[in-house]
Design a protein around this ligand. Structure first.
Ligand SMILES: [Zn+2]
Ligand SMILES: [Zn+2]
Length: 230
């Protein structure tokens, strides 16, 4: 049994707290009894390596991840089998972001850190914009590198595939979806949406602050975090 939280934002996300440093994240995960996490910042993976290294030191597995906003305004949680694959897609996404400079006083800082929580850079481009990539093209680039394409927080009223499209696109071979922790009664939710029952469901915190980690009870019947790609 693997306790996980695969949707956590670091200090790189402008809306993420500056306390979401690599070591604070992995230590909070440990306190919560989690075995595996993923740091999924908006449209960037620049803190993934630091969190992975910090996690290694205390025995927490960290999956490379990124939460991409498509041109439709849909958030997709993407997970990768290795950092090279994540960086390849992040490069495409970064180039597809509009050239808008972050205004920290409005949106918050976008802080890049090393595995000792030192600030090593500030991302200047605003990361919370939709990339000019459609759902279909993002699906292809993620699949090409062996990644997972997971519509994020599908039960939310904004930035979710269901709130934007109104349905799950059947032309994409989607296997997994994320239902946010706002939905406490998952079986009641699915009872009303039988068309969702065919998907594997992830429950993540989407934490932007240290006190928002999942209630530590989401688990998968895996031995290792990377089994999710099998
Ligand atoms: Zn989101
Ligand atoms: Zn998120």
């Amino acid at each position: 049994m693997l306790y996980y939280d695969f949707h956590i934002h670091s200090s790189l996300s402008p809306c993420g707290s500056e306390d979401m440093t690599p070591n604070n994240i992995v230590n909070m995960a440990k306190l919560c009894g989690l075995d595996a996490i993923a740091v999924s910042d908006h449209n960037s993976v620049k803190n993934v390596k630091a969190v992975t290294e910090a996690g290694k030191r205390i025995g927490i597995s960290v999956l490379p991840a990124m939460e991409v906003e498509t041109e439709e305004g849909v958030h997709i949680l993407t997970l990768y089998p290795d950092t090279g694959a994540a960086e390849e897609v992040a490069d495409i996404v970064y180039k597809a972001l509009p050239d808008i400079k972050n205004r920290p006083e409005i949106f918050g800082q976008q802080i890049i850190m090393d595995s000792d929580d030192n600030v090593v850079g500030i991302e200047e481009k605003l990361l919370i914009s939709p990339a000019s990539l459609s759902l279909n093209s993002l699906f292809d680039v993620v699949k090409n590198v062996g990644g997972l394409f997971i519509p994020a927080h599908i039960d939310r009223h904004s930035y979710s595939i269901l709130s934007v499209l109104g349905f799950m696109p059947q032309d994409l071979d989607i296997k997994m979806i994320e239902v946010s922790k706002n939905t406490t009664d998952l079986s009641a939710y699915l009872e009303n949406r039988p068309e969702l029952k065919k998907y594997k469901i992830l429950r993540n915190s989407d934490a932007h602050y240290l006190d928002q980690f999942a209630e530590c009870n989401a688990s998968l019947d895996f031995e290792k975090a990377f089994d999710i790609f099998i």
